[in-house]
Design a protein around this ligand. Sequence first.
Ligand code: ADP
Length: 496
Amino acid sequence: MSDNVQNYIGGKWIQAQSGETFPTYNPATEEILTVAANSNAQDVDAAVKAAKAAYKNWRLTPAPRRGEILFKVAQLLTERKDQIARLMTQEMGKILAETRGDVQEAIDMAYFMGGEGRRLLGYTAPVEMPNKFGMAMRDSVGVIGLITPWNFPVAVPSWKILPALIAGNTIVFKPSEDTPATSAAFVKVFEDAGLPAGVLNLVTGAGVAGAALANHPDVRVISFTGSTDTGLKVYAQAASLGKKVTLEMGGKNAIIVMDDANLDLAVEAITWSAFGTTGQRCTATSRLIVQSGIKSKLIEALVAKSKTLKVGDGLDDATNVGPLVNAKGRDKVEKYVDIGKQEGAKLLVGGQRADNGKGYFYAPTLFSDVSRTMRIAREEIFGPVLSAIEVANLDEAVEVNNESAYGLSSSIFTENVNAAFRAIRDLTTGIVYINHGTTGAEIQFPFGGTRGTGNGMREAGSAGLDSFTEWKSVYVDYSGRLQRAQIDTETILKET
Ligand code: ADP
């Protein structure tokens, strides 16, 4: 069992004010992993006060100096990568190769955003009047509230914490109740890198703490990643107080496989995109849109490949697919597999638990003969379940992809360059892959989705700064006389 997890408020590790705690469990063993502070509105308020106090100096700290702290964060994360990855595997289940990758994303993001400390680019442009100068600059916003999920417990918070910090904001971070220990280990890195007290505050707990953050009048921005139901609640709460909100919610990502695709490549990519992280990625492939001519060969190869996957404890190097995060996640998968069967889809492989009486293991599952209207083709399952839908041609494939209520990512496998470029033009998701699974994002490009996946905001890349900055337009008049705005330029020039 790891040490008890406490809140980190104003530079101090402390219990929840109520003294309450909650346990978290290793999903591979169902044993208690840790006990964490169960925070409520009072703890959130204390954290917001600390963040508000720290904002006064942090916003004035030169951005290149802030960047140096982020570089130090990158170095410490590199040193602690294995240690944090092991803790993450024990806390939420995914295999070590994936938890190391999770930490690596935060390292990459720390270097990228550290570099932003020497850019944070604004612009100047010529202005109408003589002896006047204009520029637009990015400004900090204030106290930022972050609400994050358990599936990427370091990477996803890093997409929010690092841009928010480099832009000069201070933070209250409310991670998932399933991953408080990993979150605390991540926050400890910032403390050890020399981040001043109060700039980043951690409040562990469940929805009560998250809702208190979304409702707090002194929090100007909420950045949320999680389920659609919760995201829409947070959006409504925060919007009623005029806050800026960034949402990243569900997905129903598809891979399209055309008759001319490279079959071996497609099989590998589909397998890891559908079953990697036990299907619990926001970008996990859960729909396979397959052209008729290649369908039976592809399905046969996928069934054979799925049977070779070893389901087990993520700490074991031989494991390919870890457990689901908790009993609720496993039950949801079971529910959807039942729905798929009742709807008349054909279960080809999996469709059952893969535990030995302990742990939330579920076998990689493939349905074929899935129609576009079935619930397993439309609703997010968040588990290792793939639904194959047959189509006649590219137009139909694009139509099926785009009719989803979600719009995070999509992919096409084809050797035809014309089809690839038509797909780039026509697929209406925030991320499009060509001959690549739907997983794996580079932190220098915007991440986010269309339709029900989000609200138009993006994370990562320079676009990721938009959530955490305000534009400030500045006009400097150095004529030494009154130059009246909003009058005709000809008149001004005559007066000059
Ligand atoms: P999941 O069900 O997969 O855990 P959620 O969307 O419920 O996903 O959780 C995402 C994050 O939202 C977590 O940090 C969770 O504690 C938080 N959360 C849950 N309910 C609320 C709420 N009503 N208001 C704000 N945050 C919430």
